[in-house]
Design a protein around this ligand. Structure first.
Ligand code: BEZ
Length: 222
């Protein structure tokens, strides 16, 4: 499915992983899933990223999020590489499955290609794509990083909190710049002041702006 983007349902592909064969939708079940791709096994940035995912796995699990990696090498290679990842990351076990895609079929279907990076054989490699999938199997958020930029796992955790917050409040709230859990959220422009009074009995605070338009409204929600 070229052009897979926000709101799309992730294809229910049958995939080979380090935990056996699985269908992507069955793996998601009714959880949240982070599906993240990597340019290749035994590469430096990827080794740090998959290791950091192992370090953060419990924090994601606390938020009801399961992990699913993808790298374009075969299972044998993944299993050897995992030993390096764990050794580099002080023995943190890689407990999440990693999809094998040696024929590069899935990365085309999942729109995870990096046009600028090629492997030694000249084949395109995956970008560092990261999709946060909701329990409805739809893409709620995507990161699209080039092979040369490793992701920040604190930012991934932060955006999981943001998309879960928005979903919990039926997209009537959103999180402002640099928001962190515990900070006030903003009320969506689709919510009138009248609705906001009912929806947020705890109250909300409007920001006085030169335009006098009452659109920057903050409230506190759990
Ligand atoms: C890496 O994981 O370090 C990497 C992979 C492909 C291109 C550049 C960096």
């Amino acid at each position: 499915m070229p052009g897979l983007t926000l709101g799309d349902t992730v294809p229910d592909l049958e995939v080979e992983t380090t935990h056996g064969k699985m269908k992507v939708h069955e793996y998601i079940d009714d959880a949240w899933v982070i599906l993240f791709s990597h340019p290749g096994d035994f590469t430096p940035v990827c080794t740090t990223e998959l290791g950091m995912m192992a370090v953060y796995a419990d924090k994601f699990a606390e938020k009801g999020v399961k992990l699913l990696g993808l790298s374009c090498d075969d299972l044998h290679s993944h299993l050897q590489w995992i030993k390096d990842i764990e050794a580099y990351n002080n023995g943190h076990k890689v407990k999440y499955p990693i999809i094998a895609d040696p024929k590069r079929e899935l990365i085309w279907q999942l729109n995870m290609l990096d046009p600028d990076e090629k492997d030694p054989q000249g084949n395109p490699v995956p970008s560092r794509t990261l999709h946060i999938l909701g329990p409805d199997k739809k893409i709620k958020l995507s990161f699209l990083y080039p092979a040369s930029t490793g992701r920040n796992l604190d930012e991934v955790l932060r955006v999981v909190d943001s998309v879960q917050k928005a979903a919990k409040y039926k997209y009537k709230v959103a999180t402002p710049a640099n928001w962190k859990p515990g900070h006030p959220v903003v009320i969506s422009p689709s919510v009138s002041n009248e609705e906001a009074k009912h929806m947020f009995p705890q109250g909300y605070k409007s920001t006085d702006l030169p335009s006098k338009k009452d659109y920057l409204r903050f409230t506190n929600v759990d």
